[in-house]
Design a protein around this ligand. Structure first.
Ligand code: NAD
Length: 450
């Protein structure tokens, strides 16, 4: 049984159903639940819709755990842990989920409970104490075997990462929980399933690592991984800023350092910075946690600072061109925080839009799939219009900022774009295009660090 049918819970549920398990997914949001019950994906994620149809006999969706908890053997919690106002992770969804389970649990039966949500270091131990106390009050010994089982999937590649992960981490002090989870993930660990035709196994894929550790180290692995990836991007953005000052080309610099095996090329794309539902909240939660215990983490703080600067740098470029942005109309191409998802949580594009609006500009915002979520996040504002077609979005604008590298926009017709814009200024916030190609259409091209 899986609690929470978000990007993580739904993907995990579908992947486990695909490799042969019987899965019940609990989702309390009625709109999402109704969609799932009618075999429609509530999220935009490659392969999810196809898999929902393919595995329908192995998966069921419920509003509450009540009807299925008694039969369940393994319960995975994948509810959200968004940031509170003070930056700490909000654990109220997790606490509610645990309360829901305990209310209806079969006290005679053993369960393995895996916490997949990203939770602050020490949370698993606290949950363990709550559960033990619950059983103690009933005069019996706890039959819940707890494990931390963090998730590392990337939105936009969620199913791919779930079926072909680099590693699976299990942090537990319970031998039963470890062996249950090992068994659950066996088809993935040993790659014994036939890959779905629409989510191919990567070439030369090595079997995933299995990392078994204690719960605290497991929680730490998740935060450390996200903090490291975030700072890798911030590092290249910091170098990109320097490249601009001295006329170096960040693309060549990134290749030059990334081909060193000790460094690696991934996450060295300079741009407008990281966003999404994980890096911003997890780096913040890590800092908050460290602060609480009196530990300074200057590297993680700096990564966040550089990330904010990366967004502002785009606006600075516009300002060097225009001076004042009042009454200018700017197209923002791409609203999702990355391609392949409709998720706009902490999207750099939305931050840039906010700054543009504050500067008095009008915005034409464009995305192929994330408009609904973007409209919800931005709210009603007469100075912003929404589009799915980039050629319509740039009609009469004074500049276009390219914010999300959607593959379907890889071959934009720059001559056509140019013919629609009032001023041919193109700011490539993802270094996605060849500057010469863009310039050929008459544009002033500004990339990041080149
Ligand atoms: N999204 C990612 O890329 C990603 C990657 C790795 C880890 N994580 C972590 O995984 C967790 C989930 O992330 P997400 O992006 O899937 O979140 P999400 O917000 O997309 O989904 C969470 C879902 O849980 C549901 N829910 C909350 N409480 C519930 C309850 N008591 N019963 C039933 N359903 C409930 C919500 O309605 C929502 O649909 C977070 O802790 C996140 O940090 C996310």
């Amino acid at each position: 049984m899986i609690i929470g049918a978000g990007y993580v819970g739904l993907t995990t549920g579908l992947a486990l159903a695909y490799v042969g398990h019987k899965v019940d997914v609990i989702e309390k949001n009625k709109e999402k639940l109704n969609k799932l019950k009618s075999k429609t994906s509530p999220i935009y994620e490659k392969g999810v819709q196809e898999l929902i149809e393919l595995v329908k006999d192995n998966i069921n969706f419920w509003e509450k755990p009540d009807e299925v908890i008694k039969e369940a053997e393994i319960v995975i919690i994948a509810v959200g842990t968004p940031p509170k106002k003070n930056g700490e992770a909000d654990l109220s969804y997790l606490e509610d989920a645990i309360r829901d389970i305990l209310k209806k649990i079969n006290l005679e039966k053993d369960y393995t409970l895996a916490i997949k949500s990203t939770v602050p270091i020490g949370t698993n131990n606290k949950i363990d104490n709550i559960i033990k106390e619950f059983y103690r009050e009933k005069g019996i010994e706890s039959k819940i075997h707890l494990a931390s089982n963090p998730e590392f999937l990337r939105e936009g590649m969620a199913l791919y990462d779930t079926l072909y992960p680099d590693r699976i981490v299990i942090g537990s002090l319970s031998a039963k929980a470890i062996s249950d989870l090992q068994e659950l993930y066996k088809p993935i660990l040993q790659q014994t399933f036939t890959p779905p035709s629409f989510i191919n196994k990567p070439n030369a894929f090595n079997l995933p690592h299995l990392i078994i550790t204690d719960p605290t180290s497991s929680e730490m692995i998740k935060y450390a991984a996200n903090a490291f990836l975030a700072l890798k991007i911030s590092f290249i953005n910091e170098i990109a800023g320097l490249c601009e000052k001295v006329g170096a080309n960040i693309k060549d610099v990134a290749r030059g350092i990334g081909t060193d095996k000790r460094i690696g090329i991934s996450f060295l794309n300079a741009g407008i910075g990281w966003g999404g539902s994980c890096f911003p909240k997890d780096t913040l939660a890590l800092l908050e946690f460290a602060k609480e215990i009196g530990y300074n983490m200057p590297i993680v703080s700096a990564a966040r600072e550089v990330n904010q600067r990366a967004r502002k740098a785009v606006i600075d470029k516009l300002k060097t061109y225009y001076g004042d942005l009042r009454e200018k109309t700017i197209a923002v191409l791409g609203l999702a925080f990355k391609p392949g998802t409709d998720d706009v949580r902490e999207s750099p594009a939305l931050d840039i839009i906010k700054i543009l609006l504050n500067e008095g500009a009008k915005v034409k915002a464009c995305d192929p799939v994330a408009l609904q979520n973007a409209k919800k996040a931005i709210g009603i504002n007469e100075k912003i219009n929404f589009f799915t077609n980039p050629y319509e979005a740039v009609e009469g604008v004074d500049a276009a900022i390219f914010a999300t590298e959607w593959p379907e926009w890889a071959n934009l017709d720059f001559v056509k774009l140019a013919s629609k814009m009032r001023t041919r200024l193109f700011i490539d916030g993802r270094n996605f295009y060849e500057p010469e190609e863009v310039k050929k259409a008459g544009f002033t091209y500004m990339g990041v660090g080149r």
